[in-house]
Design a protein around this ligand. Structure first.
Ligand code: NAP
Length: 349
């Protein structure tokens, strides 16, 4: 690429915003043109505004940047939004109206009929909703969302099973890391020596978003996939990486070997297009009896893979397994950077 594409980050001081800064600082196609956050941070140097939580240093080109307000006019073709759900809705609309492609990690627009809920390996054909959205909302930009951070890893595991054998129903139980709650999300007094058996709003997301993502696009609308999901969501005291146990019933009979092969051989358009952030293997299957584990496996494929292990028969449904995925990388910042790369490769920019 001769000239890098300018991109802005809204919510740049938060946990997802910091991941975006880290992953975009040396990106081969994109350059950070603007950083924005709340009124509390606007006007400050980024290094003063942010409480940096990552083990790498703040990229030198970003430290001295002045954080701006989350208002259109940021000189960016792509806007990565890492805003809280309550703020994201109208702010993202204002940027799309001003002509930007907005890639959101927030939940505000995820279930809108005309907004693609995209996992680039799973449903790239849903990008065809962009012209539908533009016509319906009369704007030149677009809003695209990534799914909830637990949903993304669950759906990466379900996609090859849905394609090869069909899905009937499943039960998923999550053990979600504290970083999933944001920089000020869970206090140490709540989480140390403890498990919180409730995460507000999380179970409905896990029970509905996969049906949209795995749905068919017909005449400009998504027909949701037809299988049922029961989700239990728990907050545990790991720092990064959501662990999920899944029991699944398939439409058609399959051997354990068939299921393992379908998972291990899964690949999609990001791999064919050799996008810079695409993992070589979106699903990594491990055969050790005690993997995946958050500390050991969350950084597989630079945090962009879903790691699956303990695949075995289930006495109640057909098969069960454990999966793990990085919540702020593939589950948030990395997931949307991969979508942005796909938009460039498919000439939406
Ligand atoms: P966070 O750590 O709480 O960061 C929130 C960011 O939004 C900060 O930069 C904050 O700026 C900014 N902000 C807050 N109120 C604002 C306002 N009124 N106007 C403008 N900016 C405002 O949250 P996070 O964990 O990064 O999550 C960001 C979004 O991604 C959320 O919608 C979350 O649900 C979603 N998400 C998070 C994860 C995860 O693993 N953490 C994964 C997937 C999706 P200040 O620093 O100036 O307050």
């Amino acid at each position: 690429m001769k000239q890098k594409i300018p991109v802005a980050i809204l919510g740049a001081t938060g946990l997802v915003g910091q991941r975006l800064v880290q992953m975009l600082a040396d990106h081969p196609w994109f350059e950070i043109s603007a950083l924005a956050a709340s009124a509390h941070s606007a006007g400050k140097r980024y290094a003063d505004a942010v409480k940096w939580h990552l083990p790498t240093e703040i990229p030198p080109g970003v430290r001295e940047r002045i954080v701006g307000p989350c208002e259109p006019g940021l000189n960016a073709a792509i806007v990565f939004s890492a805003l809280p759900g309550a703020v994201a809705g109208s702010t993202e609309e204002a940027f799309a109206r001003a002509g930007a492609l907005v890639l959101s990690t927030a939940s505000a627009h995820r279930m809108d009929d005309d907004v693609p809920l995209l996992i680039p390996e799973v449903n790239p054909e849903h990008l065809d909703l962009i012209p539908v959205q533009r016509a319906r909302r009369n704007w030149g930009g677009a809003i695209l969302c990534k799914a909830n951070c637990s949903t993304i890893h669950l759906v990466l595991a379900l996609k090859p099973l849905a394609d090869a054998f069909g899905l009937r129903r499943l039960v998923v139980t999550t053990m979600q890391a504290i970083s999933g709650a944001g920089a000020r999300g869970v206090s140490s007094i709540e989480i140390l020596d403890n498990v919180l058996p409730y995460i507000g709003g999380e179970e409905p997301k896990l029970e509905t978003e996969p049906l949209k993502i795995l749905g068919r696009l017909e005449r400009g609308a998504i027909v949701p996939a037809e299988f049922s999901i029961s989700a239990h969501c728990n907050r545990v005291a790991t720092q990064d990486g959501h662990l999920e146990t899944v029991s699944v019933e398939l439409e058609r009979k399959a051997s354990l070997q068939d299921v393992r092969r379908a998972l291990a051989e899964f690949s999609g358009e990001p791999q064919q297009l050799r996008l810079p952030t695409a993992p070589a293997h979106p699903i990594v299957v491990r055969d050790e009896p005690d993997r995946p584990q958050p500390r050991l496996d969350r950084d597989a494929e630079r945090g962009m893979a879903t790691v699956i292990g303990r695949l075995r028969e289930c006495n109640v449904l057909d098969y069960k397994f454990v999966l793990l995925g990085h919540n702020t990388i593939r589950g948030a910042a990395g997931g949307n950077i991969l979508t942005a790369e796909m938009l460039v490769a498919k000439k939406y920019i």
